[in-house]
Design a protein around this ligand. Structure first.
Ligand SMILES: Nc1ncnc2c1ncn2[C@@H]1O[C@H](COP(=O)(O)OP(=O)(O)OP(=O)(O)O)[C@@H](O)[C@H]1O
Length: 248
């Protein structure tokens, strides 16, 4: 289990998370929803152990996340951040191989490493880009390659912030299918999404945030309703979760 207990986070003197308590279950896909600025990315960064909370407790399988060494943590928790910038013009193959760094032994990549990299390239339909310089990719290609880097690490927990935002419908479906298969194989998957239709398609559980607090958390069927989502987003929603109008 990945858990947050009474999590508070201040950034630049501003309270961003206000005492969140939540547990995430391996083998399930949790989608975090909420309006801009609700604290979704901040929560994900805390869960990944990258942003230390101001107070509260984060644990992975009953162990404080802060007690994990960076290599151990990176093996167990993979994070795809919302804004993933590329600074080096290395090849796609080299970039995806970086995802194996937490597993790297003294003698370079093993057959298992190569197999994991090939599987990540296949899952994201990026194998044909392997020789391309990473800086020359389109936005959607770059997003898929950066996801491949995370998948190559085969983390037990996969946290991804808007992983489908720049993908075309076919690639979005491919990635959703891969995430479902990963969860079915026991991976804990936590996704931040804005598209309610995608959330409805993939979520087992939904954590709805509003202004740094949890507005609802439970099975998707219970939270993905116009009554629960509408007030959080300040809109009225149709039965199929299409936004109809702003709430006054
Ligand atoms: N370094 C920072 N200093 C001060 N405030 C910050 C900092 N980083 C984020 N915030 C604020 O924290 C709040 C939560 O931000 P966060 O990025 O977690 O929201 P979000 O729900 O992911 O939003 P979005 O849907 O727009 O991506 C926002 O009000 C944001 O302006």
């Amino acid at each position: 289990m990945l858990t947050a207990h009474k999590l508070h986070l201040n950034l630049g003197g501003t309270p961003v998370l206000h005492g969140l308590t939540a547990a995430f279950t391996p083998g399930r896909i949790t989608v975090i929803l909420g309006p801009n600025g609700a604290g979704k990315s901040s929560l994900l960064a805390c869960l990944a152990g990258l942003t230390p909370p101001t107070s509260g407790r984060l644990t992975l399988d009953d162990q404080p996340i802060s007690s994990l060494g960076p290599r151990d943590r990176a093996r167990r928790i993979g994070l795809l951040p919302q804004v993933a910038e590329l600074h080096w013009n290395i090849s796609v193959a080299a970039l995806v191989a970086l995802g194996r760094l937490p597993h790297a032994g003294r003698f370079g990549l093993t057959a298992a490493d190569h197999a994991a990299i090939a599987a990540a390239l296949a899952a994201t339909d990026t194998a044909h880009l392997a020789a391309r310089p990473a800086l020359n990719l389109s936005g959607g290609e770059r997003a898929r390659v950066l996801l491949a880097r995370v998948l190559a690490g085969q983390p037990r927990w996969l946290l991804a912030d808007e992983p489908l935002a720049s993908l075309d419908p076919a690639h979005a479906l491919d990635i959703l299918g891969h995430l479902r298969a990963s969860a079915d194989a026991g991976t804990g998957v936590v996704l931040v999404l804005h598209d309610l239709a995608q959330a409805a398609r993939i979520a087992d559980d939904v954590l709805l945030m509003r202004a740094g607090r949890i507005a609802a958390h439970g099975p998707a069927t219970a939270v993905l309703t116009p009554e629960a989502l509408g007030p959080a987003y300040g809109v009225t929603l149709s039965d199929n979760l299409t936004p109809l109008a702003r709430l006054r």
